[in-house]
Structure formats: C-alpha cells, structure tokens
Design a protein around this ligand. Structure first.
Ligand code: HEM
Length: 745
C-alpha cells in the first residue's frame, strides 16, 4: 500500500469512471449503475424516426430488483423449483424455463464476411465544400450529423484476432435529416473482383478451407492463392493485401475508401462522379508482420482495445472526408481509367482529394451486441444528392446487404433496431413481420388510398424526394464485361513502384511468407508468373525465397509503365504525425526516483500519450524514495503494446525470475547479468521493430546487455527525464525509427 508520507506515482488513476466495487457482495438494493462517461447509446428515437424525450438509459434494465422478462419480481435465481430438496425439477418453473430458453437463443449468426468488428459513435461536420456538388443536407456547410462507425476484418470469425493480414472494413452510418446514408467502404481502395457474382467465390477461397476449417483469418493458404492466381483481376487488391496496408497499426491510423465511383447530384440535377476517401488525422501507419503475429497471440483484442482506450482517454480519432471529383461523361472514364472498374484507382496526383468535412469518434458503444453487432449497413441506404453508378460490383452489393440481414437479424424489421433507426420521419407502408416495433395507425398501408386520407403521399424533388440519376441505358443482355476492365497488371505495377523501399521489402516478405504456406507448387508457380508481370525484381526476390526459378514475363500480356503515384507510399522520409493516443511504456523498479518517473509521465501525458508504468509485479511497487502504481508487470507486457519506452532504471531481476516461472525469462545466463531478462527481451523486440528507446543513465546497463549502443538510431540517453521523453516523443511522431528498418543496398 502507498505510504501517505512518501511520494506515490500513478500514471492511470482512473481507467474508467465506474464506481469502485466493494470486496463483499452488495446486499442493499440499488438501481442499475449509470454507464461510464466514455460511452453513448443510439439516440432515442421511435421505430418511425421521431425523437423520444426520455433519459438515455430508458432502454436499459430498470429497478433495483431481479424480475422475469415480464417484470414480476423474483426472490431466487440460484435454485430450480424442485419436488423436495433432492427431488426432480418441476415443469411449472417458469423462471427456470425462461432463463434457460433465452440463454439457449442468445446467439445470432455472425456476419457472413466482416464478422469481427468494433464500433464507435461519432459526429461528422461538413465544411460545405461539397455543397456545390451535392444537394445532400448533411454535406451543406457546418451541418453536424451523428454517425456510427464499424471497423472490421474480412475473413475471420467473430472471435478471431484483430491483427491478421487482411483488408479492413470501414463502414460509416450517417444519421442525416433526410434518412440514413451508409458509406460501406474498406481501407483498401480496390477490390478483388469486378463483378459481384464472383463474391461468393473469392470469399469461399479466402475463408478457412472447408474440409478442415483452417486457417482462421488468414490468406496464407492454398484456396486463396489458387483463386487469386487463376483470376488475375484479383492481383491489384492482392498486392495491396501483401503491403503494409493490410496490417494497420491501429484502426485510428487507417485510410478509408468508398472504392466504387458514386454520383453526386446538385440542386439543379447536375451530376459529377466521385470517389470517397477518409484520411486519418493520425497518419497512415502499420504494424510490422512480427508485431502483428505477436499481437494475435498476446492480445487478440488489441485494436478494439486501442480504439476504446483512445476514446476513453480523450484522444478522439478523426478523419478528413474527401472526394476525388470527375466529370460525369458518357464513357465514365477519367484519364483513360474506367471509373466503373472497382479494381482501379485514380491516382491522387491526377485527381486530388478535396476535403469536404471531418469525422470524429466521440464515444464508445454502451453495449456491444445492441450496437456493434446489430448495426446493419447497406450501400443502398442513400440520401438525395448521392446515387450509385453501374459499377457491377456495387450493383450486386445493393442486393446482398439487404438480403443477408434477413438471416442475421431475424426478419425484415432490422431497420427498427435502435442502432439502425433513422433520424428522419419514416412512413413506409412496410407492415408486420418478426420483431415489429412500430405500432402503426390507420387501415390503408397501400397506395392509392382514400381511407387514410391518401397518406402517405409521394414527395416531389422540392419536398426532398430521392431521385435516381436519369442515366440513359441501352444494350443487349450479355454476361460479359467491357474491354476496359481487361488490364489487370499495370496498376499493381504502379502500386509496387510507388512504395518506399521499406514498404517494397515488406511486400516481398509478405508474398514469400504467404506463398511458402501454399502446399501446391503449381499454385506458387502460377502466382510467380503474375509477379513477373508486375515487377521483375519483386518476382525474383519472392522466387528466391521460395527456392524457385524466377519466370520470365509472359510477352503476350501488355503491361503499361504508369507514372508512380507518391500518394500511395505511406512511409515518407522526414514526415511527422500527431502523437496523441500513442503508447509509452515507462520501466521502473526499486531504484527509480519518483521525481524521474513523474517527469516522464507528465511530459508524455502533456502530449496526450497513453502511459503505462512497467514494474516488477502488479499493484504498488517500491521506488527509491516512494512507491508507484504498476500498470503492466514485466511478466505481462510485450513489445507490440508500446510505441516507445523510457527506462528510468536497468531493472534488477524481479522476484519471479529465479524460478523461471515465466518462459520469457529464458536461459539461466540471463540471471547473471543483473538485469531482468524481460526488460532485455522487451528492448530487443522494440529495437528491431524500429521503436524509440529512451533511458536515464542508470538504465544504461540494460541497453548494454541488450546489445543496444547509446548512439544507435532512435536511442536517447540523458540525465533529464523530461528531456529524454521529449526526444522520444519526437521519434514517435515519425511512427518508427526507419533507419533501423532500412533495406540493404
Ligand atoms: C468494394 C467492395 C466491397 C466493400 C468495400 C465491402 C465492405 C463491407 C463492409 C465494410 C462490411 C462490414 C459492414 C459492417 O461493419 O457491418 C461488409 C459486409 C458485408 N458485405 Fe461487403 N464489401 C464489398 C463487396 C461486397 C460484395 C460484392 C458483396 C456481395 C455481393 C458483399 C456482401 C457483404 C455482406 C453480405 C456483408 C455482411 C453484412 C452484414 O451482415 O451486416 N460485399 N462489406
């Protein structure tokens, strides 16, 4: 326990502002506790969109006493009703049957794709720049629109890890005054297929293989590579998946893309074509593959925890919403790029992203199931001023999302679930069905009618009606695609050649790793032939890693040398990014001076970093002149959790080291050097992951034992704790110490 007469240092005084529980079970009845301040719930609305004036917790459980589902108070939930103490259970026990029956039916089917996800509430504020392009009310100047955002992985099951190599979903539900607009995008701007009819194929290939149901949440297996190597339009998305983009450091550091081209329609009915972009204020950053693998084992919930923690601690994630704008020409191409082909991007150098507003995530959900699991996105949820195009992938999506909810959410009334309710009047003539929450009035849910006074009425454009863009359509019925969809290799080549050298190394490593997991040599060879078309060096390096000869490029496939697009590289020499919400570990033990520890914490928290004190054991630990609260003991912490570390001490081996209870302690030799072996492991991992390392002079022996020199890049050793921290923060602003990761030659 801290001694009130000595200094006691605490980095995280209140992880969540919930009342502290008593050690004993409480017995005095109290009503349900208020939720903590970092959460919000769906706005109170009727099933037909009207605001409801009531306390935010009106929909939560009520009263101090346990009841049945129908509100009858219960005096016991620990014993079934039996015929005698040792007798059989009686069928009349309604409470038993209700409790078990409800439990038996608690699960709903997970999403067929994007099952693993995390959501947050937020607000979108328009800057008005899009007002000249679209009549959408939420895009007019200074309009604030509530949103719910769900990020997801694609392939894994609901309980899978957060950090596989995978595309991430970036779905935003705007509750606009004109109805719900869903932008259901990804963190990669292209897609595997050009026609939605192939979606079941790519997903069947990417999901665990059907005979043994492995591997979970991974593309490194035969069926995925079999499909993408036979289906060359997938090569562009695949190379993005082999890049750092598929390993986001945090959901807060991901770019988002609407992928398809959409129409914007102004008040006069004039149209432009646009592609939507989300640019993260924190910059685009990724994990290294080693980190992603460590994370999947050490903390499979890492990215949801990171998002929750950031919001709870006030480091509110934010993105600029932007559009690339193209003239709505008859051929729907821009600079020779077919805007209906979802396997193509338009380089930002050709069409800059114009900012139209800012998204900020402001609150965590109150209840995961009610909100994040039950939210139902749909690309067909459009508002006046935004319309779809004939992109054949988008067209199929317009069917699929509505259809899938019937199974997942149990019927056609899923739009009435609180998180899905619009913030606009609903008068839809849809009636009845499972889980109907509206209590409709009237007798005439049909049109035309006179019995309900003719209501509901058709709206004119002046009344805010949605108007499809009246694009002319003609043609024969064919199962074909346009010739402009045929070039599958020029943009993958442009992507690879636009990356920084470090990112290129990561792409080479990713292909090599993934293809090494493919068991059929024929599939490896087929994919290598495609890499030869993308870039000969890429192909040669991957082939070397696989122990195969590099094939020569197929002379019959024409691949263009497009100009590189610098905007595609995420590692930009010298660039710095905000550090708010990044994590710093501070190593301390019984030789630490509390003033030094406090100075590090203060300097880091002043820059809105999340600070974790790493100590010899959980709870309160001794310092040289006081005590400190340990957030993560050395036996628990792992490098992937930290962006940087500051050592106030070299750490003498903690009490559990001699027993080697913790396998990370390693061989007995480590004990002899007088430094806790977990500190050395942490340092060596952080060092090879290119993370900043700061140390006070007392900690120098730990650096020496870890093989780290004081003048190595990204290593800061100074007397002054605050000054060390400042320098470490400057390095964190670059995301990593890139010199340590620079590729050879
Ligand atoms: C550009 C291409 C695509 C993108 C960007 C995309 C994005 C997404 C995202 C972000 C989600 C998760 C939504 C959430 O968080 O709840 C999702 C789910 C889903 N997607 Fe897609 N998707 C694409 C293509 C397709 C296609 C072509 C189909 C079907 C033809 C499809 C069918 C589905 C289905 C059925 C779900 C599950 C929806 C649910 O259960 O709520 N997607 N998609």
């Amino acid at each position: 326990m801290p001694n009130p007469d000595r200094p006691h240092v605490v980095a995280n005084p209140k992880p969540r502002d919930l009342p502290a529980p008593s050690v004993e079970e409480p017995v005095d009845p109290v009503p349900p506790l208020d939720p903590p301040s970092d959460v919000a719930a769906p706005e109170l609305r009727s099933a037909t969109g009207r605001p409801v004036r009531a306390a935010a917790t009106t929909r939560a459980q009520q009263g101090a006493f346990l009841t049945t589902a129908t509100g009858t108070r219960l005096r016991d939930t620990d014993h079934s009703l039996k015929a005698g103490r040792r007798g059989p259970v009686l069928l009349q026990d309604h409470h038993l049957r209700e409790k078990i029956t409800h439990f038996d039916h608690e699960r709903i089917p997970e999403r067929v794709v994007h099952a693993r996800g995390v959501g947050a509430h937020g607000v979108f504020v328009s800057n008005g720049a899009a007002a000249k392009l679209s009549r959408a009310a939420f895009l007019q100047a200074d309009v604030e629109t509530p949103v719910f955002v769900r990020f997801s992985t694609v392939l894994g099951s609901r309980g899978s890890a957060d950090t596989p190599r995978d595309t991430r979903g970036f779905a935003v539900k705007f509750y606009t005054s004109e109805g719900v607009f869903d932008l259901v995008g990804n963190n990669i701007p292209v897609f595997f297929i050009q026609d939605a009819i192939k979606f079941p194929d790519i997903i069947h290939a990417g999901k665990p293989e059907p005979d043994r149901e492995i591997p979970q949440a991974a593309s490194a297996h035969d069926t995925f590579w079999d499909f993408v190597s036979l289906h060359t339009e997938a090569q562009h998305h695949t190379i993005w998946n082999m890049s750092d983009r598929a390993l986001p450091a945090s959901l807060r550091t991901m770019e988002g893309f609407g992928v398809h081209t959409f129409h914007l329609v102004d008040a006069a009915g004039d149209t432009v074509l646009v592609k939507f972009h989300w640019k993260p204020a924190a910059g685009v950053h990724s994990q290294l593959w080693e980190e992603a693998q460590l994370t999947a084992g050490g903390d499979p919930d890492f990215q949801r925890r990171d998002l929750y923690d950031a919001i709870q601690n006030g480091a509110l994630p934010s993105w600029t919403f932007g559009v690339q704008v193209f003239p709505d020409t008859e051929d729907e191409t821009f600079e020779g790029i077919d805007l209906l082909d979802p396997t193509k991007i338009v380089p930002e150098e050709l069409a800059p992203v114009q900012p139209v507003g800012t998204l900020t995530l402001t609150a965590n959900p109150t209840n995961y199931f009610a909100e994040t699991e039950q939210v139902a996105f749909h690309p067909g949820h459009l508002v006046p001023g935004i319309d779809v195009t004939n992109d054949p992938l988008l067209q199929g999506r317009l069917f699929s999302y509505l259809d899938t909810q019937l199974t997942r959410l149990g019927g056609p009334n899923f739009d009435q679930i609180p998180i899905n309710r619009p913030h606009a009047d609903v008068n839809d003539m849809l009636r009845d069905g499972f889980h109907q929450h509206a209590v409709h009035t009237g007798v005439a849910p049909y049109k035309p009618n006179s019995l309900d006074g003719g209501c509901p009425f058709h709206a004119g454009v002046a009344d805010g009606a949605f108007l499809e863009v009246p694009s002319p359509v003609e043609g024969e019925k064919v199962r074909e695609h346009p010739a402009s969809f045929d070039d599958h290799f020029s943009q993958p080549r442009m992507f690879f050649r636009s990356l920084s050298p470090i990112e290129q190394e990561h792409v080479i490593a990713a292909y090599t790793f993934e293809l090494s997991k493919v068991t059929w040599p024929q599939v490896r060879e087929r994919q290598l032939a495609h890499l030869a078309l993308i870039d000969e060096r890429l192909c040669a390096e991957v082939a070397a890693g696989l122990g195969l000869p590099a094939p020569t490029p197929d002379p019959d496939v024409e691949v263009q040398d497009l100009a590189p697009s610098p905007a595609l590289a995420q590692i930009v020499p010298g660039a710095t990014y905000p550090v708010a919400g990044r994590t710093l570990g501070v190593v301390a033990d019984a030789s630490t001076r509390t003033a030094d520890l406090q100075a590090v914490i203060d300097a880091a928290q002043a820059a809105d970093l999340l600070v974790f004190v790493l100590g010899p054991h959980a709870g309160v630990a001794d310092a040289a002149d006081g005590t400190f609260a340990v957030d993560k003991p050395l036996y628990q912490v792992r490098s992937f959790e930290l962006d940087a570390v500051v050592l106030t001490t070299a750490t003498t081996p903690a009490a559990d080291v001699p027993s080697r209870r913790d396998a990370k302690v390693g061989s007995p030799d480590h004990r002899d050097v007088g430094v806790d072996p977990r500190t050395l492991l942490l340092l060596s991992e952080l060092f090879r992951q290119g993370k900043a390392i700061g140390a006070l002079p007392d900690a120098a022996p730990a650096l020496v034992q870890a093989g780290i020199a004081e003048d190595d890049p990204g290593v800061v050793v100074r007397e002054d704790a605050a000054a060390v921290t400042e320098q470490v923060l400057a390095l964190v602003a670059q995301h990593r110490v890139w010199e340590r990761l620079a590729p050879l030659g």
